[in-house]
Ligand binder design. Structure first.
Ligand SMILES: *Cc1c(COP(=O)(O)O)cnc(C)c1O
Length: 344
């Protein structure tokens, strides 16, 4: 029986068609600015988000870290939500690589609001610019730790107005931003219009084997190119990866829509047996469990793979690995195990 792999959308598999129609003459050294596929990909992504420029990065973490770096100076303050990736996973990198002070907030429902940010600003000494200067507001969409919630567009607008007032920048960790745009039926350029700089991952639901892009103003992206070199992220013949990503981007919206729909179906199944931590909005379903490790181990014996996100939450992510028939099979597994108190 096939495994039902719901651990992550980074585990998607390449298909033979993803490697078709690649012109090897286009692939050259991107450090000489001579790789045509990398340039085409950067142009396509900048255009998709209505920004001036984009830069191909090896990973989302590097893209985030370089984005935050170009917007700040050491000792500046970053205001974000405690569950967002730049804090939840990257707090050490953010402080060690850019010398940023993270002022993190626990928001009420997972969405960082202007009120949260104002509290974070007002609860520290701001007597003069001799003290930490709040420089970046960092948001995420969809929000991984909060069950894949879409960061609401009106809140993005409010945060940008606050940034303008406080002389701050708005950064979006948009690893799964296209899942979010599809969920609310908005074009990527409209959704990110008020964001100064964003990261998007190709290695998540898009299904590319590799890569992320940092997208924003030309002046910021030019700076980012230098920092990428320093971090060792300037790659030579990355055009092969860019070419595969361009193939994957051709039909991304139908695939991500399908992933989002499968997550709705999975959410409806799960909610018959347990509690969801958040309503399902994109391709993530997060459930509460008495013992996440036990539940994940039990599911594995039935060939279902999931992630114990915290000790009492389990994360499922839909992707092109998953179809509806598999989720129906998962329903029958839940039916068997839900009565055991040690799991759910
Ligand atoms: C996956 C992810 C990242 C990091 O991407 P990597 O390519 O794994 O480094 C950053 N932010 C969010 C929200 C993510 O989901």
């Amino acid at each position: 029986m096939d495994l039902i792999d719901l651990r992550s959308d980074t585990l998607t598999r390449l298909q033979p068609k993803d490697l078709l129609n690649i012109n090897y003459d286009y692939i050259s050294d991107d450090c000489y600015d001579e790789d045509r596929y990398v340039k085409m990909l950067e142009f396509k992504i900048a255009d998709l988000f209505g920004k001036e420029s984009a830069l191909f990065m090896p990973s989302g973490t590097m893209s985030n870290q370089i984005g935050l770096n170009v917007l700040s100076n050491p000792g500046d303050e970053l205001i974000t939500e405690a569950g967002y990736h730049v804090c939840f996973f990257e707090s050490s990198q953010t402080s060690a690589l850019s010398g940023l002070v993270i002022n993190n907030v626990r928001s009420k429902h997972g969405i960082l609001t202007t009120e949260d940010v104002l509290n974070a600003i007002n609860n520290k000494a701001r007597w003069s610019d001799l003290y930490a200067t709040p420089k970046i507001i960092s948001i995420e969409s969809s929000i991984n730790t909060y069950g894949g919630l879409v960061f609401p567009l009106d809140e993005i607008c409010h945060l940008k107005m606050l940034c303008n007032k406080k002389n701050m920048h708005l950064f979006l960790d948009g690893a799964r931003v296209l899942n979010a745009c599809i969920a609310i039926g908005i074009s990527p350029d409209k959704y990110t219009e008020h964001v100064d700089i964003l990261n998007i991952c190709l290695s998540k639901g898009i299904g590319a084997p590799f890569g992320s892009l940092l997208v924003g103003r030309k002046t910021d992206i030019d700076k980012a190119k230098k920092v990428r070199k320093w971090y060792g992220g300037a790659l030579h013949q990355s055009g092969l990866m860019a070419a595969i990503a361009l193939n994957k981007l051709k039909d991304y919206s139908a695939r991500l829509e399908n992933d989002n729909m499968n997550a709705q179906y999975l959410g409806a199944i799960c909610s018959q047996y347990c509690q969801l931590t958040h309503p399902v909005e994109t391709n993530i379903v997060m459930i509460k469990s008495r013992n996440a490790d036990n539940l994940v181990r039990k599911l594995k014996t039935y060939g279902v793979l999931a992630t114990a996100w915290t000790s009492n939450t389990v994360r499922f992510v839909t992707s092109s690995n998953i179809n509806k028939e598999m989720l129906t099979r998962l329903k029958s597994i839940f039916e068997k195990i839900h009565k055991y108190k040690e799991f759910i």
